[in-house]
Unconditional design. Sequence first.
Length: 205
Amino acid sequence: MSLKRNAAINQRGSDLYILNLFLEKNRELAETSLGQTGFSVNHQITYDQVGITTVLDQPDEDAIRSFLLTFRQFVSEKEPLFLGRVYGVCYRHLEQDVLRDRIKQMREIWASVQQVRGVSMNFYGVELSGSKIFDVWANGWYFHSDADYTQLLEQLPPIAWDMLRAHFINFIIEVMRLVHDLCKVILNGFGEDPARLGFILLHPA
């Protein structure tokens, strides 16, 4: 067997692993408390004679932390489940033009979500947009204790803190919409493995 053929087989096996893992991790998220109840965020800013008040209605902090353990795999470029990578896997193997077009559309939405659909904020000289805002919270608040990000969050006044937090939650919500849509495409576009219920098969080479 040629090296080229071996490489193609290995790539196919890797792609199949990624698709099945993607579906599995989505099921894991569906079983979390936030996956069961759903979640939203509402940030209200009030201006009156007293001054400015900010009220943030968001999910439970422990529930968010638990959700993020799996969710971050979809938005980290180093992970096999990074959305951009999974889009590429699907596009390589899908045979129906309508589904390939859907992948193109989702890629465009994903690019927009990473930039908070054109919204950008600047705090203490640090410019923040969608994926960057997620990094600030993930690495400065939850997992890695990045000193610069932690300091940034600690320095923010309440209204800015709530605003940045609301964008963080909204980013998660927008990404999960894309994850759910991509799961539907995968389940519609590939066959199910009769030997392993819940696993998919790529189309024959």
